[in-house]
Write a protein that binds this ligand. Structure first.
Ligand SMILES: *[C@@H]1O[C@H](CO)[C@@H](O)[C@H](O)[C@H]1NC(C)=O
Ligand SMILES: *[C@@H]1O[C@H](CO)[C@@H](O)[C@H](O)[C@H]1NC(C)=O
Ligand SMILES: *[C@@H]1O[C@H](CO)[C@@H](O)[C@H](O)[C@H]1NC(C)=O
Ligand SMILES: *[C@@H]1O[C@H](CO)[C@@H](O)[C@H](O)[C@H]1NC(C)=O
Ligand SMILES: *[C@@H]1O[C@H](CO)[C@@H](O)[C@H](O)[C@H]1NC(C)=O
Ligand SMILES: *[C@@H]1O[C@H](CO)[C@@H](O)[C@H](O)[C@H]1NC(C)=O
Ligand SMILES: *[C@@H]1O[C@H](CO)[C@@H](O)[C@H](O)[C@H]1NC(C)=O
Ligand SMILES: *[C@@H]1O[C@H](CO)[C@@H](O)[C@H](O)[C@H]1NC(C)=O
Ligand SMILES: [Cu+2]
Length: 232
């Protein structure tokens, strides 16, 4: 009894502190809504327990489009993956090849998440899987279903909250540290106040100050674990 109420208490704390929303493209279902509490859990791989086409399919540009999230933690590791086809189960195309550490809470708008596969044809159905994680290593999942089209219009109203910053850590960054002051680690390239400007992720904040190899290795390992769906 005591244990149960403790667990329920912890679950309640997680409900307010440990979840995120996908605003654009529209998520499959509002996994934060109270009426969905018993149906879906963001802790469930691969899509928070929400089946394909539970919601709407959003037109998304060939070559990649915008992503808008609501984040509730002081900082969040973010992984975005793409699964091609209707009802994809294999989210094996990474749209965030460099580790992304988002600091701050609020709305994150990434103007353009580039899709590395240029063979994707007009009308192709796919799903975007958004994974977030914090220090504990446990991951949260939401998915959004999309249709690739050159006619996609994108979000009308996508802007990043003040104080929210996207830091990317390139994998080759841990080879040398002398670039640490060659880029502004608070740069917000890739997260801007405009829904139309293309973002060049390569120019986004490269170095995190004093990036620690062991932390990085752990996080890269976690990313692999998430993409394989290992329950951590
Ligand atoms: C799908 O889009 C329609 C029209 O914009 C909206 O009314 C409806 O609530 C959406 N469905 C879901 C599941 O979000
Ligand atoms: C998606 O696939 C799952 C299992 O592979 C199946 O149960 C489900 O009905 C499919 N959904 C749609 C919309 O096709
Ligand atoms: C991703 O998974 C799909 C379906 O299992 C497979 O056909 C495709 O070759 C995979 N792509 C990559 C880049 O691994
Ligand atoms: C991500 O940012 C948080 C907050 O600044 C920091 O504590 C954490 O160490 C960062 N992670 C990495 C891998 O640098
Ligand atoms: C894209 O938009 C143009 C102009 O509105 C239209 O002629 C064309 O058929 C559309 N293409 C697709 C694939 O929807
Ligand atoms: C723009 O976004 C804000 C916050 O997400 C929302 O409150 C506002 O209603 C939106 N405005 C329009 C025109 O969609
Ligand atoms: C970059 O850091 C190095 C060593 O930490 C320092 O010697 C150098 O002056 C710094 N350069 C700039 C432009 O801050
Ligand atoms: C958004 O882009 C439009 C057109 O490029 C520009 O006029 C406007 O100032 C931009 N708004 C912001 C907030 O950057
Ligand atoms: Cu949260």
């Amino acid at each position: 009894m005591a244990l149960k109420s403790l667990l329920l208490g912890l679950a309640a704390v997680q409900a307010v502190t440990a979840h995120f929303a996908v605003v654009y493209p529209e998520w499959r279902a509002d996994t934060l809504a109270e009426e969905n509490e018993d149906k879906y859990s963001q802790w469930d791989y691969p899509c928070g327990g929400v089946p394909y086409k539970a919601g709407n399919i959003t037109n998304w540009p060939l070559g990649g489009g915008a992503l808008q999230l609501e984040l509730h933690h002081p900082w969040t590791y973010l992984f975005v993956n793409l699964g091609l086809g209707a009802n994809a189960t294999n989210f094996n195309i990474s749209l965030t090849p460099d580790l992304v550490n988002v600091t701050g809470k609020g709305t994150l708008c990434i103007d353009k998440l580039a899709v590395p596969d240029d063979s994707i044809k007009e009308g192709t159905l796919a799903s975007i899987q958004v994974v977030t994680s914090g220090e504990s290593g446990s991951a949260l999942y939401n998915c959004a279903d999309i249709r690739f089209t050159k006619n996609a219009t994108g979000p009308s109203n996508c802007s990043t909250s003040d104080g929210l910053e996207m830091h990317t850590i390139k994998e080759d960054d841990d080879e040398d540290h002398d670039h640490d002051n060659s880029t502004d680690s608070s740069s917000q390239d890739g997260a801007s106040g405009n829904g139309s400007a293309p973002a060049d992720k390569k120019n986004a904040a490269a170095g995190l100050m004093g990036s620690d190899k062991s932390v990085l290795a752990t996080v890269v390992g976690l990313a692999v674990a998430f993409s394989l769906g290992l329950g951590l």
